[in-house]
Design a protein. Structure first.
Length: 74
């Protein structure tokens, strides 16, 4: 995979993950991004794998705690 393809895949995974966190469901994230629910699930799976998370719950928890820590630091 070329660096460009890797970058695009990562951007899509990040967008899917943020949409999932903000909307609270795969269905709502798919609607927001105009993708199928299957595509969102695949992007979320790739996001977890790329970041070393064993589950989506772990990824959301880590995202929430890192965001909270950043807000408290300011």
């Amino acid at each position: 995979m070329s660096p460009r393809q890797e970058y695009d895949r990562t951007r899509r995974q990040d967008a899917a993950f943020r949409a999932y966190v903000e909307t609270g469901s795969v269905k709502a994230a798919s609607h927001r991004l105009g993708l199928t629910e299957r595509a969102i699930r695949k992007h979320l799976e790739g996001y977890c794998e790329a970041h070393g998370y064993t589950s989506l719950v772990q990824a959301v928890f880590r995202f929430g705690t890192s965001k909270r820590d950043a807000e408290q630091a300011t």
